[in-house]
Design a protein around this ligand. Structure first.
Ligand code: FES
Length: 123
């Protein structure tokens, strides 16, 4: 049986920043090719910071918890600081994930970077 941390369970059962922003500054997706799960992130940038962010995930428990966590980590950060977030930052903030689920955190960071790149290209 997989054991999830309290923080991961909390994010899964009460995910933050769920949804899709209308007319976002940036939108990006990433998928896990091994399972077909996908996360999409939309965000707005104001004064060089991530001022609004939302996610949609079609995926596993860990993918949803990771996406929720990465939106919390990115919100309010300067764009460069959000870009610098690593999967390890998500895992640390979640108090870890079961070893066979750690790769699910990659998708959350990939979607964030895709959205940030899209915002950079558009502005
Ligand atoms: S099993 Fe597909 S992202 Fe977790």
């Amino acid at each position: 049986m997989r054991v999830y941390s309290d923080a991961a369970k909390e994010h899964f059962t009460n995910p933050r920043n769920v949804g899709t922003l209308s007319e976002p500054d940036g939108k990006g997706s990433d998928a896990n090719p091994s399972c077909g799960d996908r996360t999409t992130i939309t965000l707005r940038v104001s004064s060089g910071r991530v001022s609004e962010i939302a996610f949609r995930t079609f995926g596993c428990t860990a993918a949803i918890a990771s996406a929720s966590q990465v939106t919390e980590l990115a919100l309010g950060r300067p764009v460069d600081g959000a870009w610098a977030l690593e999967p390890a930052d998500v895992l640390n903030a979640l108090g870890g994930l079961p070893p066979d689920k750690e790769a699910c955190a990659l998708m959350a960071v990939g979607a964030l970077r895709a959205a940030l790149l899209d915002a950079r290209v558009r502005t």
